[in-house]
Design a protein around this ligand. Structure first.
Ligand code: SAM
Length: 272
């Protein structure tokens, strides 16, 4: 059996042994056993997580912002129902983590069949809220770090890429980080993210390789009061190992190629 994800004239093909779980609610949630990438979470036909390369993504999404602040104690994760980002946040000396996930099916299936959370959902510091992150941000307290781990900016995730959402987040955290799609094959989505996120102070882009995401080159935005001065010290304090992330990867992630710098500059100039 083959799973195919198509995007803008190209795609990803994954040989699959079998489907091990599925649920249909506000999204179509499926979990597969693959030939080469371990278990794979698919939401509305798009690859979200594979056991093979999820650390490439979750470690960059979490440790770049967490190591960019002096001493983060309170963290908000919006999305992230697979538990990978939560697992990485708990490797830091945090006191409170709130995870706001719109679709409880994702959490239930991932806890039961994917298991990349490694027990993170049951940690006493964690509070899980089943709500739309766009609504939650309106009434929540402030956090040291806000991490947005949403699906593609279509459907239920769309409000997590809006200017109004970023304006509120900018006021509610010290450091903000979100995945921001593929600048290569999802140019319009990426440019929309760049334009809308100009309201976040010091908003900057970094990148990483994520082999099973569209064309394997992924972007993230970070903003707020982030600094490079704590990276090495905080890296040494991480509890447990990281498969992908280290300080050299952190620093080099901010070195952008000319075409990407131009894309960002052009989007900011044109406003679209
Ligand atoms: N790593 C993936 C990526 O970059 O595409 C994302 C993984 S994670 C499974 C995405 C999660 O965001 C899903 O569980 C989805 O239900 C959740 N989500 C989407 N829109 C949301 C919203 N408005 N509020 C809260 N969670 C949301």
């Amino acid at each position: 059996m083959e799973f195919v994800e198509r995007y803008n004239g190209c795609g990803l093909l994954v040989s699959v042994k079998k489907k091990i779980a599925e649920a249909y609610g506000i999204q179509k949630v499926e979990i597969f056993e693959t030939e080469s990438f371990g278990k794979m979470l698919v939401i509305d036909g798009k690859v979200q997580v594979t056991e093979f390369d999820e650390p490439f993504y979750h470690e960059m999404l979490v440790h770049v912002p967490m190591n960019s602040c002096k001493n983060a104690k309170s963290v908000l994760i919006i999305g992230g129902g697979d538990g990978g980002a939560l697992r990485e946040v708990l490797k830091h000396d945090v006191e409170k983590v709130v995870l706001v996930e719109i679709d409880n099916n994702v959490i239930e299936l991932c806890k039961k069949f994917l298991k990349i959370d490694a027990g993170a959902f049951d940690d006493s510091r964690v509070k899980v809220v089943i709500e739309d992150g766009r609504k939650f941000i309106e009434h929540c307290e402030t956090f040291d770090v806000i991490i947005v781990d949403g699906t593609d900016p279509v459907g239920v995730s769309d409000p997590l890429f809006g200017r109004d959402f970023f304006e509120i987040c900018n006021k509610k955290c010290g450091v903000f980080c979100s995945q921001s799609q593929s600048p290569l094959i999802q140019r319009q989505l990426f440019r929309k993210m760049i334009v809308n996120s100009t309201v976040i102070r010091n908003r900057t882009v970094f990148t990483s390789v994520v082999p099973t995401y569209p064309m394997a080159y992924w972007s993230f935005i970070i903003g707020g009061d982030f600094s490079f001065r704590y990276v090495r010290r905080n890296y040494r304090k991480i509890k447990g190992k990281t498969k992908h992330y280290n300080p050299e990867v952190h620093f080099s992630a901010f070195a952008l190629p000319n075409w990407l710098k131009e894309e960002i500059r052009d989007a900011e100039l044109r406003g679209n």
